[in-house]
Design a binder for this molecule. Structure first.
Ligand code: FPP
Length: 248
């Protein structure tokens, strides 16, 4: 049986978050410069989006550019921004064809105007699609997002529209970039690194983590299916005991 056939369609994570890592190392292995790795990484993005849609995943969030990535050499940052613009522009018709809706999270106003424009256009053009939602984390940092949410709460308390004792998880979540998106059940990181790197710190509270040695440009459809199968073999207890889960 192929990997995809082994997946239990009743227990597919509705949201998968991915830290796409290892593009630079992959390029180095090929004797190429780092940017070549990012270009090949786009082929993995395409494959994973297709695979996720096919098995019924509802949301996929890709960590495409962190706030910390602005500190990379200018040449690499410029190339990544250009790659984002050209990929989003070229892929939008395909996204529509596959019924994929594009969204973005992060400090989007810090993106170059051309990038933001292309992004907003694609978000608008795909907004009516009802299949998979592809969320790009761009200029994203979870600490930035959390502080921003705190500022929103503090403003509401200051202007009297919110009492301190009424602050709840639900309230707090309204201040996050992901306010209308369910939390990921599965987080995948490629390239053998076992870190969370300032990604979705609040939203990953109960996620299952899956780490693979594969470098992102080598991560394709079957690798996503393997991660989902691995997830399906885990017991998610949410703080309860194993016995509590099996009792009627
Ligand atoms: C991490 O590998 C990868 C990135 C910082 C960029 C990822 C971006 C893409 C794959 C392009 C995405 C495009 C779209 C439209 C989503 P690294 O450079 O940190 O690799 P290294 O750890 O081996 O140096």
């Amino acid at each position: 049986m192929s990997l995809v056939e082994q997946i239990n369609k009743q227990n597919v994570p509705q949201h998968i978050a991915i830290i796409m890592d290892g593009n630079g190392r992959w390029a180095k292995q090929q004797g190429e410069n780092r940017i070549y790795g990012h270009y090949e990484g786009v082929n993995s993005v395409r494959a994973v989006v297709e695979a996720a849609g096919e098995v019924g995943v509802k949301y996929i969030t890709l960590y495409a550019f962190s706030t910390e990535n602005w500190n990379r050499p200018k040449e690499e940052v410029d190339a990544l921004m250009e790659l984002l613009v050209s990929t989003i522009s070229a892929e939008t018709p395909q996204l529509n064809k596959k019924n994929v809706r594009l969204q973005a999270i992060g400090n989007l106003n810090s993106l170059p105007p051309a990038c933001l424009e292309e992004l907003n256009e694609s978000i608008e053009l795909t907004s009516k699609n009802t299949g998979l939602t592809l969320v790009l984390a761009l200029s994203y940092s979870a600490k930035w997002e959390l502080i921003d949410a705190v500022k929103q709460i503090a403003t509401q308390v200051k202007n009297g529209s919110l009492a301190i004792e009424d602050i709840s998880e639900k309230h707090f979540e309204q201040g996050l970039c992901t306010k209308n998106i369910p939390d990921p059940e599965l987080m995948i990181r490629t390239s053998g690194e076992h870190r969370i790197s300032n990604f979705l710190l609040w939203q990953l509270a109960y996620a299952e983590f899956y780490f693979t040695e594969k470098l992102w440009p080598d991560f394709r459809k079957d690798d996503l299916y393997e991660a989902i199968l691995n997830y399906q073999n885990r017991e998610r207890r949410f703080g309860k005991t194993s016995e509590q889960l099996t009792q009627p």
